[in-house]
Design a protein around this ligand. Structure first.
Ligand code: DGY
Length: 328
């Protein structure tokens, strides 16, 4: 007897090999046009699917979950962050939520290091000068940035990505400090020669570089508030490849404009895709369009994780990357 394939609705275009495999394995609806779905379209998709495969551009809120049909049992997110999904509402309805941890750790850590380097050494400004025909010869006092080696880096959130970034930063001679809900284990502490701060305020006031690497949850919304940003020393540079909502973007932009902070490297924004206009005009800020996991290999690996989660669920087992709402 033929087994009915689950109806899987994929909300955005995914890499070709992922889409092809999903068509082979499931009754898959693809979004060939790649246009982000409206709230009504998402609700309609939740009503007809067994599995929804959304991304960060889809707001799977309580209204979408309430519209889910009896058959919706799995939300297999393409991405590690799940702040766009109301996981508690899904759990309440008996819908499992999965994500794609691990496979984008190194790519994200690489780009975090790249942003730190770009902001500290004025890489984008330098490149812009050349493109504008403004390079008229070397000068001892021109385009001076800030040395990276020998400085202190404070990492907010020492999960997989925070640790992978810390390893890279160590290789550049940075001293690793971090704030986390709890200290990491002895082996990692020793490997990274890392210093733990239970007080974020205390850490912020002492660092040369600060990197945001924690998930966005109700507890981390505006963790870098206007008050906390004021604690940071004016020569410091902030990097964020996690979520824009963790920093009060208006307060950050105002401080950068007044040169109360030396610079920033931002891959994510509080009201994405909108970017605070003040940031756009500041040469001390390097801005990227949420691309820290954007490698061909990474996006295929993420797709494979989505497939494994759906397959495991389909076979009657618990998917490996279940998101537990009490852990958020
Ligand atoms: C992630 O995986 O969370 C990336 O930020 C894209 O959503």
């Amino acid at each position: 007897m033929a087994v009915r394939k689950p109806k899987v609705v994929v909300t955005r275009r995914l890499p070709d090999p992922v889409e092809t495999r999903m068509r082979e394995l499931f009754d898959t609806e693809l979004n060939i046009d790649d246009a982000p779905m409206t709230a009504d379209e998402l609700a309609a998709a939740a009503a007809r699917a067994d599995v929804l495969a959304p991304t960060i551009t889809d707001r799977i809120d309580a209204r979408v979950i309430a519209a889910a049909g009896e058959r919706l049992k799995l939300i297999a997110n393409f991405g590690v962050g799940v702040d766009h999904i109301d996981v508690a509402a899904a759990t309440e309805r008996g819908i499992t939520v999965t994500n794609t941890p691990g496979v984008l750790t190194d790519d994200t850590a690489d780009l975090t290091m790249g942003l730190l380097m770009a902001a500290a050494r004025r890489v984008v400004e330098g490149s812009d000068v050349i493109h504008a025909g403004g390079f008229h010869g070397w000068s001892p006092t021109w385009m001076l940035g800030r040395r990276i080696g020998g400085k202190r880096l404070g990492i907010i959130g020492m999960g997989r990505i925070g640790q992978a970034f810390a390893r890279r930063a160590r290789a550049f001679g940075l001293a690793i400090h971090y704030h986390n809900r709890k200290p990491v284990g002895a082996r990692i502490t020793e490997e990274l020669e890392a210093t733990y701060w239970d007080s974020l305020d205390q850490m912020l006031a002492r660092m040369d570089f600060i990197s945001v690497n924690c998930p966005h949850t109700p507890a981390t919304y505006h963790l870098l508030s206007a008050r906390r940003l004021k604690l940071i020393r004016p020569h410091a540079i902030i990097v964020n490849t996690a979520r824009g909502e963790i920093i009060d973007e208006d307060a950050l932009a105002a401080m950068l404009e007044k040169r109360e902070l030396a610079g920033a490297g931002l891959d994510v924004f509080e009201h994405e895709p909108a970017v605070n206009p003040k940031l756009l005009s500041l040469p001390s800020v390097v801005l990227l369009p949420h691309m820290s996991s954007a490698t061909i290999e990474g996006r295929v690996d993420m797709g494979e994780k989505v497939i494994v989660n759906i397959r495991t669920w389909m076979d009657g087992h618990k998917p490996p990357d279940r998101v537990i709402s009490s852990m958020l």
